[in-house]
Design a protein around this ligand. Structure first.
Ligand code: ZN
Ligand code: ZN
Length: 165
């Protein structure tokens, strides 16, 4: 079911000189994507393992490019981030690093591109503190700023009809 060759391809093509930031005493550092918010520039740390598995099926994203949507916890902007270094939308500041596992939970729907003939899926990632209640999360979702989401083929993706359960 999982295509390991493809996962390997993703890791190799999205890593931009990985930096080993761990000291000897830190707890099992794992790979993270460090993305920089397109709204306010603040860094966002997302565990890579949770992300690459979503792309195990090569049909999920066209052009062999890989994009996710992420919500900035500071400015609440929802934006698209492209992992491939040679993709025009890729931010050269974004990279893959080893870091201690974050304790926040990650959650979100797979967003489908609505353009005709395009089957791209873009996973949305939001992060919450482990103790956040469903009510707190729902209130947070209300503050998100939508509008610039794109699929890897460049079509815009509308705000989904998505509710937290
Ligand atoms: Zn931001
Ligand atoms: Zn599309």
């Amino acid at each position: 079911m999982y295509n390991f060759e493809h996962l390997r391809y993703i890791i190799l093509n999205t890593m931009d000189e990985p930096i080993l930031q761990c000291e000897l005493h830190c707890n099992d550092p794992i790979l993270h994507y460090e993305l920089h918010c397109k709204g306010c520039g603040s860094p966002m740390l997302l565990p890579a393992g949770k992300i690459v598995w979503l792309f195990a099926d090569p049909d999920v994203q066209p052009n062999r490019s890989h994009a996710i949507a992420a919500v900035c916890r500071l400015c609440k902007s929802v934006d698209t981030y492209f992992f491939e270094r040679n993709y025009p939308g890729h931010n050269p500041r974004d990279l893959v690093i080893f870091a201690d596992p974050i304790r926040d939970t990650m959650d979100g729907p797979m967003l489908g591109c609505g353009a005709e003939g395009c089957n791209a899926l873009v996973p949305l990632f939001a992060q919450w503190s482990p103790g956040a209640t469903t009510e707190e999360r729902k209130a947070d979702v209300e503050t998100w700023r939508w509008g610039r989401l794109q699929c890897p083929a460049g079509h815009s993706i509308a705000k989904p009809d998505w509710g937290l359960s």
